[in-house]
Design a protein around this ligand. Sequence first.
Ligand code: UDX
Ligand code: ADP
Length: 465
Amino acid sequence: MDIKNICCIGAGYVGGPTMAIIAKYCPDIQINVVDINPDRISQWNASELKDLPIYEPGLKEIVEKCRGKNLHFSTEMKKNISAADLIFISVNTPTKTKGIGSGQAIDLKYVEASSREISKYSKGHTIVVEKSTLPVKTAQTIKAILDAAQKDKSNLENKKTFSVLSNPEFLAEGTAIKDLENPDRVLIGGDDDDAINDLVNIYSKWIEKDKVLRTDLWSSELSKLISNAFLAQRISSINTISALCEATGAKIKDVSLAVGMDRRIGRYFLNSGPGFGGSCFKKDISNLVYISNHYGLFDVAEYWQKVLDINTWQQKRFVELIVNNMFGTISSKKIAVLGFSFKANTNDTRESPAINICKKLIEEGAFLKIYDPKVKKSQIMKDLSSIEKDIDSKKWGYSNSIYSTFENADAALFLTEWGEFASLNWERISNIMRQPAWVFDTRSIVDINQVRGNGISIWQVGYGN
Ligand code: UDX
Ligand code: ADP
């Protein structure tokens, strides 16, 4: 089949950038990104490119070039699903918050709703591609819903048929455009060779064919889950060693470098910090724990659960050492918080370590002044109030400019590795902080000599005081 029209259900961190790249390299294909959230769609259609709903380096340039030509954003599900030869499902797949599997299993309600929309509105033969990270065997659910549509009496005249593929996304936020343009691999799971070839033809417009890996559906779904689990496991592993370095005097960056230079280990994902955040790692490992328990593999479940436990342990450890270093109490003290997103170069705060850490500091009685170059005040408000109902402006304030964040602060806490934090004017900062002042650097981002040289005490992850 010659794919001429693509619909993507879900205009989020995955759907938006992925469709932008396909639009860039496939000018002959019309791409419609649809979402049930009208606010999100109007943000994608914003005339000012700075108002796009997600911040991602390189994204706005592509949107500017393709939007209105072969890339469209709308809430019109029926029309765009009907016209599509190929549909990507890129909706959110959060962890269940109630019922069976609560806290671990993935809630498939959005995937199910999308499948039902597809079964209702599609016409002729449609390739349905699951992009969202999904538990193993989800394609089965999608297939079951679509099969029911095929068997429906009303289908006799429409002759709907479907091929379901799994094509998990490996992009990381902050580097999404780079990752999409030059991926390590493209994974496609399925049993319909024609449909797989159609999808491969799209990717081959900018990716070498030998980077495409074909598997069955379940292997593809599981591979995505396990890739994320292995990445998260490396972070938990290095975070345990950060504590050991602090206790023994070894230097974490040297240890990471020495270990990572072994090609069998590799140098990536060995930076210790406040623990992993983002929409994937916690969710996927929780799901892996759930699946392992489901199959009676209790030791396997326990093994992966520990990766999650270490993540929260690291955050709890940080809060305790902040309190201990500040004479045992932070009650009524002002702490400047630098960075709120879960990592640099994104405005995403989902599962950001900053949420948990800020909540604990507020519980200890501190007043926080929070600065992040890309996260808006309204988002921080949402994140903090979802945990602690009575958080109000007496407990934290938002800072619009970096240096004013430090005014009269007793301590500065660095939680995200934004580039601008590496080259601060510490002379200026030491003049506006309250003395004796502390810096707690959970990302090893600030210049330790500059901080000390200006009379401020510093604790850094993996180095200690
Ligand atoms: C991740 C996967 O990398 C991606 O392939 C998948 O598709 C989605 O999940 P993402 O969550 O966007 O991507 O970001 P990633 O760069 O993986 O970072 C996740 C978290 O780990 C961040 O909080 C980051 O700060 C932390 N991290 C990463 C570390 O603490 N140390 C590191 O060395 C690397
Ligand atoms: P991700 O990081 O996986 O892209 P996001 O939450 O950023 O997740 O994006 C998922 C998007 O999917 C949201 O904008 C949400 O409104 C949208 N969505 C969820 N369910 C549906 C649905 N049934 N139809 C269309 N869009 C949906």
